[in-house]
Design a protein around this ligand. Sequence first.
Ligand SMILES: Cc1cc2nc3c(=O)[nH]c(=O)nc-3n(C[C@H](O)[C@H](O)[C@H](O)COP(=O)(O)O)c2cc1C
Length: 335
Amino acid sequence: MIDLSTFYLGKKLSTPLVASSSPLCKDISNLKKMKEAGAGAVVLHSLFEEQILLASQSLDRFLNAGADSYAEFSSYFPDRGTYDIGPHAYLFHIQAAKKAVKIPVIASLNGTVLESWVRYARAMEDAGADSIELKIYFLPASFEKSGAQTEEDYCELLAGVKAQVHIPVAVKLAPFFTSLPHFAQRLESAGAGSLVLFNRFYQPDFDLETLEAVPNLTLSTSDELRLRLHAVALLSARLKLDFAITGGVHTGADAIKAIMAGAHVVMLTSALLRHGIGRLNEIAREITDWMSAHDYSSIPEMRGAMNAANVPNPEILQRANYLKVLGSYTTKGAA
Ligand SMILES: Cc1cc2nc3c(=O)[nH]c(=O)nc-3n(C[C@H](O)[C@H](O)[C@H](O)COP(=O)(O)O)c2cc1C
């Protein structure tokens, strides 16, 4: 009997497959389909502080524009100070999601200043979120700020939120840190319940006709998984917090590799956008088939079996890999 259950952020999940934060999660019927297809948990789309500001500014503009002629109409709206339409809609969505699916619902928050991170994190907890994923996105574009200061800001933000909520807090990170092990250890000390590795970056492209920078979103492929496998294989050998791999999980084999590296869960978006939510079901079956063919009966048995502490050739996770990899490339046919 194969048991796909796992633990993540203090909850037992029926499978290690988690639908990651994306527009798919804005729709309650999709959340139900995700659960039916085997998702162990869902991460809701992010609440962005910029959206909250925009929402309250346009509400203000709307009310002010019609202040005289629509005085009676505008009186139906509560004060701006007590009601922000952006976060309210999000909090209702958390409540609706909790009612609709009996799997953990993880809220996702992307703020800009500490006070609002803390305020919205508390509101998310009150609305019933099982945990919160902080998507911290300080784009390193400043010439004044050092890497050390950036890391300090992440830790302060996390500690500030952690001090105000009781539910577990995950941190979704970009891959661009100079010393990820040291930084990850600091995040663990600052109270992170899990690290979600890694955010994908959607660098803008240059349009050579209009000479403009244009947004460019492409879905991932399994090739992106290796960056995550390497990081989690190193970190999970030493750190005790949970790990989620997001980015490049498309098949049962991808998910198994992630778990072998030390992930508690794998998160999927591109695979679901490309093939539909039902892809979760197929991936769960691929995992089960592989486990049964290789005599594994549970996820904890596999978790971390190939991390830096357990893989038979750990040097491949270190610098030695570089020489080996370059030496393994054949130039036959290129000349
Ligand atoms: C259209 C789209 C919207 C997304 N929106 C969010 C979001 O609101 N918050 C977030 O943390 N990640 C967001 N993501 C990132 C995904 O959650 C995920 O981390 C990323 O796509 C890598 O996983 P994948 O390879 O399975 O796609 C979004 C991704 C896509 C493609």
